[in-house]
Write a protein that binds this ligand. Structure first.
Ligand code: KG4
Ligand code: ZN
Length: 409
């Protein structure tokens, strides 16, 4: 089954095409393109939803053509007939009535080319920023209509779970060159397999908008057993980075700075709280940790800007966040007798979190699945995988809506 997937829930415009063989649990990645808007939003210190929407409109047709070319599915010989184009243009006007810039590009660049050999179009329909989600959804509806292919809506968080299920893909040569770059990426076509998962599994999903522990009793059956009561952990990394005068996104910056910490150079003994670490439930709280960093910098006056002090704060903050995440995950794993722990979401790129979680899993003899660092951030490959394995075709694509607060269930 060949699936073309679209992801626009935040600030990455991403399209992937996979060929999934259910019997072998084998995946051929035919294309995996990500166009990041990070540089654009960095100026504002975070993602601006309407700016993201406008960029998705401009980028989607370009990213699609790249993905089709990369997968060799661009059907340049088969052209749509003029009469068909005229008829479809009229209806496309309705599907993309709120995306005038995208409509123009679709009519000019996509409508004239023939339908590629794919079986379905998948798209993220939530959670995420509503204006950004809508562009991807309406683009997917347009493709489904033009190519006469079914539509599969996918929960973005389910996608993050699937990132970790993909075994390192490609041969060593391919995987080296398949590292996703921040700007428009070209992953060479390569193959991979999905890990067999002993259930029940527990997923720790950590991103800019979410921090949740999800119990997976069997494939596609989810229950949120713990989540943040305030800020998401990625959001907290971003906010603390801003306090420390570091650029957006803050996660990788904090992590890099923490690595420069040298105990010999530090005369300071900085201690930050581990919020809710002893609570009996599996919920998290990160806003107090961020406030503690803010007060600490106020107490330290300008000296917090000294490189060694900044590094000490970054390290202690990262230690605190990771300690809480790992402790709660292992406690939930014990309670629910999880045989597998899955890590997913943008914060899954954090090397301390990866190390601590895998060490704890080894000690507890639980299988630990970490996503390849190339696919911890938002991408459409994970959406294509989720669609191929658990996705369901919807009967009325025209009724599909963006669901900014969609939850796993
Ligand atoms: O999943 P994602 O790409 O987008 C959302 O769906 O939110 O996650 C983005 C988040 C940002 O908050 C970013 O700062 C964080 O992931 N992040 C990290 C690291 N790399 C990205 N946080 C901690 N350490 C990292 N190395
Ligand atoms: Zn995400």
């Amino acid at each position: 089954m060949k699936i073309l997937a679209i992801e626009t829930s935040c600030d990455e415009t991403a399209i992937a095409i996979i060929d999934y063989n259910e019997r072998k649990r084998g995946v051929r990645i035919l294309a995996n393109i990500i166009s990041s808007q990070i540089k654009l939003h960095a100026k504002f210190g975070g993602v601006v939803p309407n700016l993201a929407r406008r960029e998705h409109e401009r980028n989607l047709p370009i990213v699609l053509i790249q993905a089709l070319k990369q997968s060799k599915l661009l059907n340049s010989k088969m052209k749509n007939q003029k009469s068909k184009i005229q008829l479809k243009t009229k209806n496309l006007g309705k599907i993309l009535e709120r995306e005038s810039e995208l409509l123009e590009l679709v009519v000019k660049k996509i409508l004239p080319i023939g339908a590629p050999k794919i079986d379905a179009v998948a798209v993220t329909h939530g959670p995420g920023l509503a204006p950004a989600l809508w562009v991807g959804i309406n683009f997917a509806r347009a493709l489904s209509y033009i190519w006469e292919r079914p539509l599969i809506p996918i929960n973005h968080m389910e996608g993050h779970i699937f990132s970790a299920m993909l075994k390192k893909y490609g041969n060593s040569k391919q995987s080296q060159s398949s590292k996703i770059k921040i700007q428009k990426n070209h992953t060479p076509a390569c193959a991979g397999r999905l890990y067999p998962i002993p259930y029940p599994a527990l997923a720790l999903l950590v991103s800019g908008g979410h921090t949740e522990l999800v119990l997976i009793k069997k494939l596609g059956k989810y229950k949120i057993v713990g989540e943040t009561v305030d800020d998401a952990v990625g959001e907290c990394f971003d906010k603390v980075a801003r306090i420390l005068d570091l650029p957006y996104p803050g996660g990788p910056e904090i992590s890099r700075l923490a690595d420069t910490f040298n105990i010999k150079h530090s005369a300071l003994d900085i201690k930050l709280p581990r919020p809710m670490i002893h609570s009996k439930d599996f919920n998290f709280s990160f806003s107090g940790l961020k406030t503690a960093v803010l007060y600490l910098t106020k107490d330290l006056k300008d000296s917090y800007l000294l490189p060694e002090v900044k590094a000490a704060i970054a390290k202690e903050f990262q230690d605190a966040a990771v300690e809480v995440l790992v402790k709660k995950t292992m406690a939930a794993a014990k309670k629910y007798k999880a045989k597998t722990i899955i890590l997913g979401g943008g914060v899954a790129a954090n090397s301390l979190l990866r190390k601590e979680l895998s060490v704890r899993c080894q000690v507890s003899r639980v299988k630990c699945l970490l996503p390849s660092p190339a696919i911890t951030g938002d991408n459409a490959l994970m959406i294509a995988l989720a669609a191929a394995i658990t996705g369901k075709i919807i009967k009325r694509p025209q009724a599909l809506k963006a669901e900014a607060n969609l939850r796993l269930s």
